[in-house]
Design a protein around this ligand. Sequence first.
Ligand code: FAD
Ligand code: UDP
Length: 378
Amino acid sequence: MFDYLVVGAGFAGSVMAERLASVADKKVLIIDKRNHIGGNAYDFYNNDGILIHKYGPHIFHTNSKEVFNYLSKFTEWRNYQHKVLACVDGQQVPIPINLTTINSLYGLNLSSAEVEGFFASKAEDISRVQTSEDVVVKAVGRELYEKFFKGYTKKQWDLDPSELDASVTARVPTRTNKDDRYFTDNYQAMPLHGYSKMFEKMLDHPNIKIMLNTDYHEIMNDIRYKKMVFTGPVDEYFDFCYGKLPYRSIKFKFETLDQEKFQQTGTINYPNDYAFTRITEFKYLTGQKHSKTTVVYEFPKADGDPYYPIPRPENASLYKKYQALTDQTNTYFVGRLATYKYYNMDQVVAQALTTFKKIEAESPNEPLYDETTVNNRN
Ligand code: FAD
Ligand code: UDP
């Protein structure tokens, strides 16, 4: 009965379902093994009435006008510029490292020009930047690397930065000015009524049926569909035939406190102390007014829900083997888990929009439903 079975109702699956249903007029069944839509961006009001993110803090930011305009069909926005402090040497200082960070940490009064010289005097001359250690040591030197990155990265990934691709710590820049925003993208905003409301609107289409609490293995042989869009872990799709792709997981510990405010900014990072990496206070992100406040502590761990692909050469090689298999199927693989990419939300939306355009280009006049091609997984 369906043109497409979409596995996973996060950003990847929901954007695919929405485009297929509303632009290509396809009949779509979207399923998720969880009891909600939204994937890892799912948010809800907890027992105290505070809007929280079940799978850790999600801050939307993008440089893509196309992505922002697309999502704006389904939500209004609240402007929000995220700020993060790192707790280092007993002080809370801005991260990304900026002029204020250096002046506070070392009791200096440098100008922007002078701090450039400061970084240059500390930086190590690394000609071929390959690892997450190289990126930081080349930019700010070993001492700041050890204060801000080494311990945090070890906790987050259980790896030394020298064992991770440069792209991981390269997510966090170094600044010589006083800009203390975590991101500098052109568009930085939170869905005004939350992510889940945005997803509800995205999937509210007569061509889309939603099935929750359903693993695709349970139904794929019982329902009829023409093609699949898969947004779960790619190694799972192929029954782990080449072995497991490593993912990093997190335990989220939520605490609601009987006070209006807990900390000075949205997130505080703890690179060197405690087992958790950071504490986030949701009301900064959502702008909600409430006499209580909820915070979340993130404790990284190896097993559990797969949240982070781990960018390092041996994992990229293993993923390549799975990717070669995806090319031999009739299924579209989209999203952070299905393409094993450390993608932010906007990158997943962009990837889904591109995949949809590819589908449209491939089959402009394809019949909507064809009895001969049902359940065609491979
Ligand atoms: P997911 O959201 O993981 O959706 C995949 C869905 O598939 C899941 O709902 C899963 O239940 C379902 N599924 C899997 N297997 C099956 C199966 N066998 N059968 C049925 N369903 C299945 N991005 C940002 O831009 N800003 C942030 O601040 C940010 N913070 C983050 C913080 C944390 C702690 C984490 C983990 C991620 C963060 N991200 C952030 C990244 C963001 O979560 C992802 O980019 C985005 O949610 C990925 O969407 P997706 O659809 O690819 O995957
Ligand atoms: N990182 C760090 N110290 C910090 C912040 C980040 O070492 O204070 C490193 C760490 O390896 C982290 C990576 O930079 O995993 C990317 O940080 P980001 O805040 O983008 O992580 P995410 O929000 O995706 O968990």
